[in-house]
Unconditional design. Structure first.
Length: 343
């Protein structure tokens, strides 16, 4: 990371440290020489997290792992002890949408508020919350063009539980922490001296540090192994997991980031699954021989135009090309032995 990092000897807290993005954030912090305390739902995940961190080129000697869940108060006071900086990455991301939206909405909202209150009560300097483009761009606009000023309306007809949960959780965070000019609070993103910054990634892809695959990497696997024989008719932005981790660290370090949202998007346009499949076939040959060539029937879907200018301009963030992200996602699955072609 090419920004000044703080020399504090206090540990940095990363929630959801064993997850897809969380493990990259932990590894990036450790590579920067920071002490890291990571929360996991169960200490049975500690060994896997340490292995993931080493796979990410970091020494895990500076890593402390503690247990805390978004749905319970236990463990959070201890997790926050002595912490000045909190990366709140943990959030439920389902492979399939639940029948009851509250299965996602309640833990997303209440878990976010639980972490923010614990950080405020511990006197943390800043929390960087990982939200999502789902909290920005899932309410249709005529021009399909989105910036950090946009919000997904949770009452949008037909809105799935996941984007609804992200919009509600992020709104609740700003309401608690002083708004940052986004939802009617004090306008400075601060509560009790604790600042809030939000990172809003589009769909996150890129190399995984753990063989326990999240939803996006499951999609890459499905493109490669023949499970996804026909591509869904969708258009979406892509962000590289390594670039999102880098943006998290930049958002923590930059004084001017307080009270702001930052969209995370790879260097390239929004894509469809059939376009992702074409990139894989063109760049990986036989490895992607089963990738779909046709798209499901249906009406044309708008291609969103998503702007990452704020992160580039204010934080000096420089994301990778989208093609690099997609290809290296597939290569990491191959290198971890997670691809078993069908047929």
């Amino acid at each position: 990371m090419n920004v000044e990092t703080r020399n504090s000897t206090n540990p940095v807290l990363v929630t959801g440290g064993s997850g897809y993005l969380g493990s990259h954030v932990v590894a990036a912090l450790l590579r920067d020489g920071r002490r890291v305390r990571a929360t996991v739902r169960s200490l049975s995940r500690e060994a896997g997290l340490r292995e993931a961190v080493r796979r990410g080129g970091a020494d895990d000697a500076g890593l402390e792992v503690v247990a805390a869940e978004l749905t319970a108060d236990a463990g959070w006071k201890q997790a926050m002890a002595g912490v000045e900086e909190v990366h709140h990455v943990a959030s439920p991301i389902p492979m399939a949408q639940p029948d009851d939206p509250d299965e996602l909405i309640v833990p997303a909202r209440e878990g976010t508020l639980r972490v923010l209150r614990a950080a405020r009560d511990a006197g943390a300097r800043r929390v960087v919350l990982t939200s999502s483009f789902a909290a920005i761009g899932y309410t249709p606009k005529p021009d399909a063009e989105y910036t950090e000023a946009d919000w997904t309306d949770p009452d949008t007809p037909g809105l799935a539980p996941y984007p609804r949960s992200k919009a509600i959780a992020e709104r609740a965070a700003w309401d608690l922490m002083g708004d940052g000019g986004t939802s009617g609070g004090t306008g400075d993103g601060t509560n009790g001296g604790t600042e809030l910054v939000v990172v809003n990634p589009t769909a996150i892809f890129g190399p995984t540090l753990t063989p326990a695959l999240g939803s996006s990497m499951q999609l890459i696997k499905a493109l490669l192994d023949g499970t996804m024989s026909v591509a869904p008719r969708m258009r979406f932005g892509v962000a590289d997991v390594r670039d999102v981790a880098d943006l998290q660290l930049r958002a923590m370090a930059a004084p001017q980031a307080a009270g702001k949202r930052f969209l995370a998007l790879a260097d390239g346009p929004a894509l469809s699954f059939v376009e992702l499949a074409a990139i894989l076939r063109d760049r990986l040959g036989d490895l992607a021989a089963l990738a779909p060539t046709t798209e499901a029937d249906g009406p044309d879907v708008p291609r969103p135009v998503i702007h990452n200018d704020r992160a580039r301009r204010e934080l000096g963030w420089r994301p990778r090309p989208v093609e690099t992200t997609i290809v290296e996602s597939a290569e990491s699955l191959r290198d971890l032995g997670l691809l078993t072609p069908r047929g």
